[in-house]
Ligand binder design. Structure first.
Ligand code: PLP
Length: 500
């Protein structure tokens, strides 16, 4: 076969390729969801791929065959009714449509001049977000690459805030302390290290058994730090922990931050979606007092990643934290020439220089469905979590960690398992099978099965099926047992895998 002139395809070829791939993707999204996954054997998946670097391309037809072929059976089905996995959602079709336009044009969101439509769309979405959270005019919304980047940006603001209040040379960042709960996301401690702090400056405050920060423990952590002659530069509260979706008491944390003169950041990466549903917004009470917060629509708004937001209540603080170095970047936007049209391009408000045009996906989803319908979907997930918790509480074979605040339920079998190995084995075994999928989490030294409601196809009956599947595996393994897990690729120590 003759290949098209390198390195592009003709329009006909492009149309045929995109048609085939799209048709196949539609089958995956709307077809039957009978298996959560068809084996994760890395060796088998790799066997579909050329072993060596292709020096001569195989052409569009071969690419279409690859992208619609048996390799795609190994995609874990996030739309499966018994998928209760990590926080990554199957995207809404509107998000998918946004990805197609953004992917095809690659329109920038850095500068007005280079991406007029994309920048205008981002600004409109930012405005809608301000409306949603009832933010003051002084607030600034920035779209980031994820919750981790939002947290890092928040801590940069915290440092800026502290340094502005302590302009004298004796102000030593080594005395600084950042407080968060022991169940908070690891990226807080990592970001603290990025801004120059070390482990002694980062303090994890104990939580209640339900995963919420203990305010008494927070008070004593503050007292201890002050007695050591340290200064609290930031308190980071979690609005929906990754572990079990617990919401910290935001007003109480805000009050402590204010008393210490510390920056108050709320990590609402997971739980920010509560703002969409009138039944859930009270979970976020107190967020209005945050100096900054982050929310990831790429979690419970069913948008493909990256789609995350960082919000600073006072745009000046964000500007101060980021602006120092930009004067050098005359190749992006010549400030002197642009000042008449757009004194501040979006690139000036973000840590990252290049960012994807994610706003199109948020716009498409809000435009097509509206925030109320999305909120109803979030509320449905929370209702499913409550139903599962009730089922667990009603069956003596199971133990419930706590009533869920949001869409994550943690539970165990009632059988004794002091070293948690029985539960870890059970979970790992379930992950190699195709019936149901969930993750696990260790809290306060005990390992819990963690069911995260995210699939639009999950019904109440599926929750009973999940519990039956857990029980079946638990019993078949003579729980608790230390039997090795059948090898199906997920726990292959040699992850390179052997080729078949
Ligand atoms: C997912 C998550 C993060 C990290 O967000 P990324 O987009 O993965 O960087 C931070 N905090 C919480 C509570 C999360 O659930």
């Amino acid at each position: 076969m003759t290949h098209p002139p390198a390195p592009e395809m003709t329009r006909d070829q492009a149309e045929a390729l995109l048609h085939d791939v799209t048709a196949h993707a539609l089958d995956l999204a709307f077809g039957s969801h009978d298996k959560t996954v068809t084996s994760g054997d890395i060796g088998q998946i790799s066997s579909y791929l050329p072993e060596t670097l292709p020096r001569n391309g195989a052409g569009p037809d071969a690419l279409a065959r690859l992208m619609t072929g048996p390799m795609t059976k190994h995609i874990r089905d996030y739309r499966h009714p018994l998928h209760f996995g990590h926080q990554r959602p199957a995207p809404l079709v509107a998000s998918w449509a946004g990805d197609i336009l953004a992917g095809a044009t690659n329109s920038t969101v850095s500068a007005h001049e280079a991406g007029p439509m994309s920048v205008a769309i981002e600004e409109r979405v930012n405005l809608w977000i301000k409306t949603l959270f009832d933010l003051p005019a002084t607030a600034r919304v920035t779209q980031t690459n994820g919750g981790s980047e939002s947290i890092l940006t928040g801590l940069l603001c915290a440092r800026e805030h502290w340094q502005a209040a302590h302009p004298h040379p004796s102000a030593d960042l080594r005395r600084a302390v950042i407080l968060h709960s022991e169940c908070a996301h690891y990226s807080i401690a990592r970001s603290a290290r990025v801004i120059g702090l070390s482990s002694g400056n980062i303090r994890a405050v104990p939580t209640h058994p339900n995963g919420r920060i203990s305010i008494t423990a927070l008070d004593s952590a503050i007292e201890t730090a002050l007695a050591e002659g340290r200064e609290i530069i930031a308190i980071v509260a979690s609005a929906g922990t990754t572990a079990n979706g617990a919401f910290d008491n935001l007003p109480a944390c805000a009050k402590r931050a204010k008393q210490c003169g510390a920056w108050f950041h709320v990590d609402a990466s997971h739980g920010g979606a509560a703002i969409l549903s009138p039944n859930l917004t009270s979970l976020l009470d107190g967020i209005a007092e945050a100096d900054s917060f982050g929310w990831n629509p790429h979690k419970l708004m069913w948008i493909s990643p990256p789609s995350a937001l960082f919000i600073a209540r006072d745009s000046a603080m964000l500007w101060n934290a980021l602006s120092g170095e930009l004067a050098q970047a005359s190749y992006i936007a010549d400030q002197k020439a642009l000042q008449r049209i757009s004194p501040k391009d979006p690139v000036e408000w973000s840590l990252a220089c290049t960012r994807p045009f994610s706003a199109i996906k948020v716009l498409a989803s809000l435009f097509a469905y509206g925030s109320d319908a999305l909120g109803a979907r979030v509320a449905r997930m929370v209702a499913l979590a409550q139903h599962l918790a009730a089922l667990v509480a009603g069956r003596s074979e199971f133990e419930l960690l706590c009533q869920p605040d949001f869409n994550i339920v943690c539970f165990r079998l009632s059988a004794p398992d002091p070293d948690n190995r029985g539960h870890r084995t059970l979970r790992d075994r379930m992950a190699t099978m195709d019936k149901a999928y969930l993750t696990g989490v260790e809290m306060h030294g005990r390992y819990w099965l963690r069911a995260h409601m995210i699939s639009e196809n999950t019904t109440k009956a599926d929750l009973e099926r999940l519990l039956d599947a857990v029980l079946e595996i638990g019993l078949s393994g003579q729980f608790p047992s230390n039997q090795p897990i059948p090898e199906k690729g997920f726990h292959d120590a040699n992850r390179g895998g052997t080729r078949q």
